[in-house]
Design a protein. Structure first.
Length: 244
């Protein structure tokens, strides 16, 4: 249906999560297998207090140069052709000599020698990533990046705000099992759907009351939103301290 996942991870889901054809999945995105360990374990090190929040932000940004890039859109079955950062002109790597000498602004990849030779993603120009590879943790945006923060927190705030609205004990009170005195998941789901529909009607009515219709004054005043924090100041262990 065109939806793509954007979410946070538990502490035991951080760092390297999966692999395919040599490429590694790190916190939801595919990267070069030779990406430096400090970049792979950046969030783990932050939780363990081995790095500070400013360093974490810099390491997350540095991951971009090692990201496996899409060559084309996924097909109808979810298979997608992707290429390593050296082949995509985003990095320099000895395994692909034509990528060398493109400038110091591109990261220089240092592949680990192997008796069996380079990995498939390092040998070939492109690889095919199946829809099953890393499907449990994959997401569409770079974890922790400004783009990820903008989408994730907007969606999460909407969901959590609506949950609190529907849990109001003076209204639908969906958190109270006593408001649905019937057994069975199917029956509970149907009754919950009615409760959420009523919460939607209540929210729409409140919104209509803030509009000026027919030249009349609104019945209610709009809510004043709290000032939001700068998205780039977020880290998994808290926001950065404001600059003095």
């Amino acid at each position: 249906m065109g939806y793509k996942p954007v979410y946070d991870y538990r502490a035991d889901q951080l760092g390297k999560q999966a692999g395919t054809h040599g490429a590694i999945l790190v916190e939801g995105r595919w990267y070069c297998p030779s990406m430096p360990e400090p970049l792979i374990n950046a969030t783990i090190d932050l939780h363990a207090d081995r790095i500070d929040r400013e360093t974490w932000i810099k390491l997350i940004a540095a991951r971009r140069g090692y990201r496996i890039m899409p060559k084309e859109n996924a097909d109808a079955d979810g298979y997608q052709r992707m290429m390593c950062p050296a082949a995509a002109s985003k990095a320099q790597c000895p395994n692909k000599p034509y990528s060398m000498g493109r400038g110091i602004h591109l990261p220089l990849i240092d592949p680990e020698p192997s008796p069996t030779g380079p990995l498939k993603v390092c040998r070939q120009h492109t690889i095919t990533v199946s829809p099953e590879a890393g499907a449990k943790q994959w997401q569409a945006l770079d974890y922790g990046s400004p783009e990820w923060q903008k989408v994730y927190f907007r969606l999460r705030n909407s969901v959590e705000g609506y949950n609190g609205y529907a849990k109001n004990p003076l209204a639908e009170g969906i958190e109270s099992a006593g408001s649905r005195r019937i057994r069975g998941i199917a029956a509970q789901t149907i009754l919950l759907a009615f409760q959420l529909a009523h919460a939607n009607r209540r929210k729409i009515k409140k919104w209509l009351d803030t509009l000026s219709l027919g030249g009349e004054r609104p019945r209610r005043r709009t809510h004043h939103r709290r000032p939001k924090k700068e998205p780039r100041s977020w880290t998994p262990t808290g926001h950065l301290a404001p600059a003095a």
